[in-house]
Each structure stands twice: as C-alpha cells, then as structure tokens.
Design a binder for this molecule. Structure first.
Ligand SMILES: CC(C)(COP(=O)(O)OP(=O)(O)OC[C@H]1O[C@@H](n2cnc3c(N)ncnc32)[C@H](O)[C@@H]1OP(=O)(O)O)[C@@H](O)C(=O)NCCC(=O)NCCS
Length: 411
C-alpha cells in the first residue's frame, strides 16, 4: 500500500477528457462514387471497395460530404488546399473537444498553463494549435508545443510530453493545467491515395481505415487542484522497434515514384497536382505490434512496482489500444492472451469511428470510463487499472498506466 502512494504521488491526473467527430461519413458507396467519377474501373478498385466492407468499420467520420468540390476536382487537393480545409473544418472540432475537456476539468481557458497538441495531417507554421488556443481564449503566455512525426501514437506521445511538463512545474511548486489536443483530418487524402492506387497499381489500405476526429484532455499536476480525476497517470514507456522505420509512415510526397517529373515542362503544375499525403503501412505491422506488446507491458509493470504481485497478468487490466486496424487489434489480443471483451472499448471505437490516428485513443479512454464502466460495474468486474497503448512511425510504441478514479467507478 505504501508503494501505491509513491506512485500516486506523481500527482498527475486527467481531470477532463473528450472527443469529437464530424457529421459526414466515408462509406463504401461514397468511395465507389468518387472512384467512378475520377478513375477507370479496375480490379484494384473493386478490391478496395471489398476491403471497405470487410474491414469491420461501420462508420468513418469525415469533414467532407462525398460530393464536396475539394475532393471532386480534376486532381487531388494540393497541400495548401488540404491545410485550408484543416483550419476551416478541423480546428472548430478541436476547439469543441478542448472546451468540453476544460469544462469537465472545472477550470477555464485562462487557467491553462501549457498546450501540447499533435497532428500528422497538417503541416504549417504557425501550427494549428495557435488557432485552437486563440479560439479557446487561452492566455498568450501559455507554453505551447506542437508534436509532429508521431502519427497514430501521437495522442499518447502528447500525454507523455504533457506529463513531463506538468512534473517540471510541480518541481517549481507551480500549478500546471496542461491542455492536450489531437486533431486529424485524414479524409482529404482520399484522392491522393486513389491517385497512388491508379498510378502504382497497389492496394492502399489506408483508404479503408482512416477517419477524421479530435480529442482533448486536461492533465493537472494536482497543485491547487480540487477536481476529482477521471484517471490518474502512474507511468509511461516509449520505445522504438529497431529497423522498422520503413514500415509505417505518413508523408507529404509530391513525387511518388515518378522521378521524371522534375524534367517535365510543366513541372510546377504537375507537382501541384500530385501533392498529397501518402500512407505507408507495411504488411508486417500486425506482427510487429504483436511481438512488441508483452516486452513493453513487462517493462511498464517493472517501472510501476505496486503491480508486481497483485496485478501481474494482462487480465488484471483494462486495455485501451489504439484502433489501428482489425488485424492489429487481433494480433494484440493474441499477444496478451485476453478475451476480446477486455479490449471492448478499442473494438467498439474501431467499429463505430475507424482509425482517426492520434485522436482515436481519447475516444477509447472516454468509452472505458463511461459506458464500459457502467456495464462492468453491473457485471461485478470493476477494474481499477487501465493500460493504454498506441503505435506510430518509427515504429514507435507508446504505453502508459492509468488508474481510474473511484468516483467514476461508482457510476
Ligand atoms: C486493413 C484490414 C482491416 C483489412 O482486413 P481484412 O478485411 O480482414 O482483410 P485482410 O487482412 O485479409 O487483407 C485483405 C487484402 O489486403 C491486403 N493487405 C493487407 N495488409 C496490407 C498492406 N499493409 N498493404 C497492402 N495490402 C495489404 C491483403 O494481402 C489482402 O489482399 P489479398 O486478398 O490479395 O491477399 C487489416 O488487414 C488490417 O487491420 N491491417 C493492418 C492495418 C495497419 O497496419 N494499421 C496500423 C495503423 S496505426
């Protein structure tokens, strides 16, 4: 029990947590419509549509109507158009999520001390966090950090960064209320990825997985804090799986494989036409995630000593796994040797919202403390500890240990 105190004495608590999705949805029918308008019919297109039906995802929220002009012009949207759309339709979602998290944390934008934001689907300076901060009305003195290059692991990478900042403030005896924000607008890649499919003759599975969404939380270092935590943050681990940097990526790639384009007389126009995000997802990902899971979990347990005897098995925890893909979730379930029910929040998030990259983990954590929590309480299987885990480019593995608040467990 004494050790438990030592861990809780990190004093880090999530006091507000929210996620938001846009109202449109990418469906098999809408992809079929976009494909028929702009690309010749091919066996690959049929395979893509079949993959959309078999992926296990029922709805993939999108900021676009399938007939939207941006994704139905004679070329893929350029990076400047993608950025504009991100600001116009994405940033309001992020503000909404952040405002909900701040309200739940019973604080106000003027008390926010830091912002840690993340995205992999926008690249601009100033970053989108500038506009989120301005929309919320946080003070100009808020210390802002925008993470990039961390893809689907971004939500937990941002939480890790927020934790270190909050501890830094605690060391100086100052209160920290860190606003963590994740925003992804993946749906603008539909044409760029369809271009790749048509030009390279390759199946692009990102077209069956990704969605748009925003997530936010407030992390407090508990100094001058009176709000009850949703979760306490007890520890975290970050690791790179060696020699896997080519397995997972999300890149602005004007050239694709057409290296001759630089010699083209209309090079500038051609480049603009080909601009877009290109997803790299190798077939090895499910196997890589599977083999990384147990060593990472053991390491997390070693670094949180109170779990050594009482809570040593994967079954003793709830699991909040990033819903990267059906094969990834299945491989992790197998690695942990747990029933699917233990990963229900991840499976449900995947089925209902697809993979919204860095933002998705906020939905999983939110589900675990609300609907799932009530169900578990009714079934008499209340679990106190939750392990959250996500994978990103590197291949990076982010894992953290959370403790549910008693107030929420008694819902
Ligand atoms: C995409 C996915 C949901 C489809 O699941 P499914 O409907 O059960 O289909 P399968 O896994 O059997 O794959 C269907 C087809 O896609 C192909 N495919 C699978 N992964 C692929 C990849 N990474 N790149 C290209 N094609 C791929 C398969 O080879 C198969 O084609 P085939 O019939 O010619 O052999 C599943 O493959 C998945 O989750 N993959 C991992 C996604 C991932 O890496 N996510 C990480 C993001 S952080």
């Amino acid at each position: 029990m004494a050790q438990l105190h030592v861990l809780d004495d990190l004093g880090l608590s999530i006091t507000g947590l929210a996620s938001k999705y846009p109202s449109h949805s990418i469906t098999t029918a809408s992809l079929e419509r976009i494909g028929a308008r702009h690309y010749p019919d091919s066996p690959l297109t049929k395979k893509l549509l079949a993959l959309n039906d078999s992926s296990g995802i029922l709805s993939r929220p999108s900021v676009h109507d399938p007939d939207d002009q941006l994704i139905n012009q004679d070329r893929a949207p350029s990076i400047s158009e993608v950025h504009q759309r991100f600001l116009e339709r994405g940033v309001p979602l992020a503000i909404e999520a952040a405002q909900s998290a701040i309200t739940e944390a019973q604080t106000s934008p003027s008390y926010i001390t830091h912002m840690v934001s993340v995205t992999c689907t926008d690249s601009a300076n100033p970053g989108y966090d500038h506009y989120v901060g301005r929309g919320l009305g946080v003070p100009n003195s808020v210390e802002k950090v925008l993470l990039h290059g961390v893809g689907c692991s971004g939500g937990l990478a941002a939480l890790r960064m927020a934790a270190n900042l909050a501890l830094g403030h605690a060391r100086r005896g100052k209160p920290a209320r860190v606003l963590v924000v994740a925003l992804e607008v993946n749906s603008t890649l539909v044409r760029s990825e369809m271009d790749s499919m048509s030009q390279l003759g390759e199946l692009r599975i990102g077209l069956a997985l990704f969605s748009d969404g925003a997530g936010a939380l407030v992390l407090s270092n508990s100094i001058d804090e009176s709000t009850r935590p949703v979760y306490s943050l007890l520890g975290w681990q970050h690791r790179i799986i060696p020699d896997t940097e080519d397995d997972l990526g999300f890149n602005v790639d004007p050239l694709g494989k057409d290296e001759n384009i630089l010699a083209h007389p209309n090079c500038a126009r051609k480049l603009n036409e080909m601009l877009g995000w290109k997803v790299v997802l190798s077939r090895r990902i499910p196997e890589l995630t599977k083999s990384a899971l147990q060593p990472m979990f053991s390491s997390l347990l070693e670094n949180t000593p109170c779990f050594s005897s009482q809570h040593a098995s994967a079954c003793d925890f709830d699991w909040a796994i990033h819903p990267g893909g059906a094969a990834v979730l299945a491989s992790i379930q197998e690695a942990l040797a747990i029933p699917g029910d233990e990963m229900r929040a991840s499976y449900d998030t995947y089925r209902e919202h697809g993979n919204s990259s860095s933002a998705a983990i906020f939905t999983v954590l939110d589900r675990l403390r609300s609907k799932e929590r009530i169900d578990d309480t009714q079934n008499g299987k209340r679990k106190v500890y939750t392990v959250a885990c996500a994978f990103g480019p590197g291949v990076a593995v982010e894992m953290c240990m959370l403790k549910r608040s008693d107030s929420h467990s008694e819902l």
